[in-house]
Unconditional design. Structure first.
Length: 341
């Protein structure tokens, strides 16, 4: 969706879609036979669609996972959004504006995917605003320089691509299909970020120092994006068994490291890990220990920007209340007219 006024017809369709709840086959009592048929369908590589029978636990896991993903896309607009007016050229402003706009679209795709599971989008948003729902820990860190925007594109969107490429093969149809477009746009975001990084790395001594500082501050936080280690991940076993996920957190994290190390060498930047080295036996890059205490501290709301991010989202929700009310009233009036035709 481009930045332009929404026409009345489009506004009506948005509201009607938002209020639509898929009629799901949740009234059938779960039996061993139902569960066996469900798991056999997944093992055969078939997609589960909204009106298919599914275990309640599968539905709840998907709602949790997809809504967290949607929240992350929306909150993720904040660290970069306040750099749009400070970008160093008109071209950089336009590209960053397009990227932030894409993130808003990703959030909308994902909220729609969650709604196919019978949950209302407003319910998901209120859970976020109340602090009951989580979003990615990476977005609770400040963007201190223009170099941060480049490194976010390189690291954060690069990590997202690794994770989301896997989710494009998810067993739940609406989620996997949403990932196809999101992944293609995330590739643009990573290229945009890496271009900024490469330009600064080949610039003046001051620019090079600025981008190296950003790399130092974002590297470990980017590794945390994949979630807890496999030994401490409470949901991975179920998600893997039901093929919502195809690979573990640690496997995805390792792939990201393997991809990123050569990219850092290509622009003569140093990743801040003295233990980072190539392992000829495994073909992987070994890396140091992640500070999981920091990860859980941020997830629990105590990061550098947790309060700031939630304040911004609550303010946006309050300021947009009149728009939602007007749109819903417009939809009701037009729906009544349509019924009388």
């Amino acid at each position: 969706m481009t930045f332009r006024a929404i026409l009345p017809k489009e506004l009506l369709s948005i509201v009607l879609v938002r209020n639509f709840k898929t009629k799901m086959n949740t009234t059938i009592q779960e039996t061993p036979e139902h569960l066996a048929a469900f798991e056999n369908k997944i093992s055969c590589g078939e997609k589960i669609e909204p009106k298919d029978w599914m275990p309640e636990r599968y539905r709840k896991q998907l709602i949790r996972m997809i809504s967290q993903h949607a929240h992350s896309e929306i909150v993720g607009m904040l660290p970069e959004g306040n750099w749009i007016t400070r970008a160093p050229s008109l071209r950089r402003k336009k590209v960053l504006l397009a990227k932030v706009q894409d993130e808003a679209g990703h959030g909308l795709y994902l909220y729609c995917a969650a709604e196919t599971l019978g949950v209302d989008r407003r319910e998901l948003v209120e859970a976020l605003l109340a602090g009951k729902a989580k979003y990615s820990s990476i977005f609770n860190y400040p963007t201190l320089s223009w170099a941060d925007i480049g490194v976010i594109g390189w690291f954060v969107d690069g990590a997202a691509i690794v994770n989301q490429t896997m989710l494009a093969r998810s067993s739940y149809g609406p989620y996997s299909r949403a990932m196809l477009r999101i992944c293609s746009e995330e590739n643009f975001h990573k290229k945009q970020g890496y271009e900024i990084v490469a330009t600064l790395a080949n610039g003046t001594a001051e620019q090079r120092a600025m981008v190296q500082d950003a790399v130092n501050r974002w590297w470990w936080q980017s590794l945390m994006m994949f979630g807890p280690s496999d030994a401490n991940s409470p949901n991975s076993e179920e998600l893997l068994r039901w093929k919502v996920k195809q690979e573990t957190n640690d496997e995805l994290r390792q792939r990201f490291v393997n991809i990123t190390v050569p990219q850092a060498k290509a622009v003569n930047l140093t990743l801040p890990d003295s233990d980072l080295k190539f392992n000829s036996e495994t073909g992987d890059y070994d890396f140091g220990k992640i500070n999981w205490e920091e990860f859980y501290n941020v997830i629990n709301g105590n990061g550098p920007c947790n309060a700031e991010r939630m304040k911004a989202r609550r303010l946006a929700d309050e300021n947009g209340k009149w728009v939602r009310e007007a749109a819903e009233e417009y939809a009701r009036k037009n729906f009544s007219k349509t019924k009388n035709i």
